[in-house]
Write a protein that binds this ligand. Structure first.
Ligand code: URA
Length: 207
């Protein structure tokens, strides 16, 4: 769906950064929902399946609550390689840890997400977490304020790689931001909000 040349071009831009692997977006070609995450982790870059690690277990729970399968939706992320940093816990071996992608990495892979949105024309976009939200809508909101609310908005697309500037693409989409599935792993108290948000999203899908 996304031209290999575009992917190669984006991968050349991300090459100087400490990132590894590449995970393709997956799912329906005419998705009910397009879920946009942050970046793949270790599990995903080994098996190539988005949201297949620990956060993925939670994500599968999201789909169950929505009564949808991975074939009904499209799952992608802001950055398609795994941003890592080296760490060495006391007495253990040095190893790579996941980290949040930086602005250079986000801009390097931005044309891939831009192309996916333009090509798939999803009926609704669900940014999961702050990285996806800021990439698509900009600003620096508190996630507690924007999650669980349906808005109709254009989305940002990369305008200029050199200056890392974005511009609003002409089309508008219904957007329903939610917490990233990993957020519930770190903060169990979010579970009730997440469940409420998914119930609201399900209602929107049915109406
Ligand atoms: N987080 C993401 O944003 N995407 C994945 O595939 C896994 C974790």
């Amino acid at each position: 769906m996304i031209p290999q040349k575009l992917i190669q071009h984006c991968n050349e831009r991300i090459a100087p950064y400490p990132c590894e692997g590449f995970v393709y977006g997956k799912g329906s070609a005419s998705p009910v929902l397009m879920f946009v995450g942050e970046a793949p982790g270790e599990t995903e870059i080994h098996n190539g399946i988005p949201f297949s690690g620990r956060a993925g277990q939670y994500f599968n729970g999201f789909l169950q609550e929505l009564e949808l399968t991975r074939d009904d939706v499209y799952v992608t992320s802001t950055v398609r390689s795994r941003p890592y940093k080296w760490g060495q816990p006391k007495g253990r071996e040095k190893r790579k840890y996941n980290r949040t992608p930086n602005q250079g990495e986000i801009a390097a892979h931005a044309p891939i997400l831009d192309a996916e949105i333009e090509c798939l024309q999803p009926r609704m976009i669900v940014p999961m977490g702050r990285t996806a939200y800021q990439r698509l809508v900009g600003g620096a909101p508190r996630m507690a304020e924007v999650t669980g609310h349906l808005v109709t908005s254009p989305v940002l697309r990369l305008d200029d790689w050199e200056t890392r500037s974005y511009t609003w693409a002409p089309a508008t989409y219904p957007l329903f931001p939610i917490y990233h599935p990993a957020a519930a792993l770190y903060k169990r108290s979010l579970e009730a909000d997440i469940s409420d948000h998914l119930a609201t999203l399900k209602q929107h899908l049915m109406s």
